[in-house]
Design a binder for this molecule. Structure first.
Ligand code: P6P
Length: 342
């Protein structure tokens, strides 16, 4: 009798099925969405890996809804996700950082009960210098009675998310997601084209090692934010200094802090009174992940996932990472009127 040791090679497909079995009421629709996202991630990874080799470098002459010059890769990533997701029959609508309005499911395709919100390639301005970039995604359930998704279905607070996660295209390609049952990381094995479970049950350390902030905006911060950054740096009070690590790519900064402990801060400032980062497809999904890993996320006054959205592309200040560091931000900033949706 040959006894095989239990396999340690768990593909994301197998893991999703095992997770689905924990929920007898599951219909498999959410699992299907996660499969399709994993496929889209592999396709985007292929394009990102070749970015330096093809003539797709450089900005297109097109501009996205944010008025930013689009890198061709984020146009491609946007198309890849839309085409991978729009025909599966599980979604009734989508929203993307690259699109001004709701993305409807094409006529002739069945509509499902979920909506996908995503930033197809965040940090894309870093592509030309080979800095890690990422895809961020959030899944919510339809709440309106119509068959096709509506804006009201998209404008739900983050606590209504049913799944969220990101893909980081770094030294390796990793997909990290939660469905409310903890946070799990999968690393792409390019030799077989499979995401393999490499980081089960990720937990973020309660105390941070890293501080991620762009302090070139210091002159535009208010005094409370300046005082908070001095505390993080160990210049005031009795806290040990955090190491400053700032890549300038949200997914890269967030992922390092998730694994090593730390806090990412993008404060409101006089030039951007609601901060820079987007609530629905950047702050909310990462807030779901970090809370499921034992961390926290706020705008300095309100828990990110309790903010009631009013606009699809609305921005929010963001303090996200180790619980004790975010609690310090809330303590030192909570007297400041929330700059979001006040
Ligand atoms: P700043 C990249 O453009 C991005 O959207 C995030 O990925 C990143 O965290 C942030 O902006 C960096 O902004 O103002 O520090 O360059």
């Amino acid at each position: 009798m040959v006894h095989h040791t239990p396999t340690s090679v768990v593909t994301i497909e197998r893991f999703i099925i095992e997770q689905e079995r924990l929920h007898p009421e599951a219909t498999g629709e959410l699992s299907g969405i996660l499969y399709d996202l994993a496929l889209a991630a592999k396709m985007i990874a292929n394009k990102v890996r070749m970015a330096g080799l093809a003539d797709i470098l450089g900005a297109t002459e097109m501009h996205n809804v944010q008025g930013e010059v689009q890198q061709k890769l984020d146009v491609m990533a946007n198309e890849i996700i839309i085409k991978a997701m729009d025909h599966g029959g599980r979604l009734c609508g989508m929203a993307s950082e690259e699109e001004p309005d709701i993305i409807q499911i094409p006529e002739g395709f069945r509509c499902g009960k979920y909506l996908l919100l995503f930033d197809p390639l965040d940090g894309s301005s870093n592509i030309d210098v080979n800095v890690p970039v990422g895809t961020i995604f959030s899944v919510v359930r339809k709440i309106t009675r119509s068959t096709r998704g509506e804006m009201e279905d998209l404008l739900q607070p983050g606590r209504r998310q049913v799944a969220a996660g990101y893909v980081i295209y770094g030294s390796s390609t990793m997909l990290v997601y939660t469905t409310g049952q903890g946070v799990h990381g999968f690393t792409l094995d390019p030799s077989i084209g499979e995401f393999l479970l490499s980081h089960p049950n990720i937990r973020i350390p309660d105390n941070g090692r890293y501080l991620s902030v762009n302090d070139s905006y210091e002159q535009h911060w208010d005094d409370h934010v300046r005082a908070l950054m001095r505390r993080y740096r160990g210049l005031d009070g009795d806290r040990r200094a955090l190491n400053v690590r700032y890549v300038g790519s949200l997914v890269a900064d967030f992922h390092r802090n998730l694994l090593g402990g730390g806090v990412f801060c993008y404060p409101a400032n006089a030039k951007s009174p609601r901060g820079k980062l987007r609530l629905l497809y950047e702050a909310n999904p990462l807030a779901f992940v970090v809370e499921q890993a034992g961390g926290a996320a706020s705008d300095g006054a309100t828990r990110i996932m309790d903010i009631s959205p009013t606009e699809l592309h609305q921005r929010t200040p963001l303090y996200i990472g180790s619980k004790s560091e975010v609690e310090l931000a809330n303590e030192m900033l909570s007297g400041v009127p929330s700059a979001v949706g006040a």
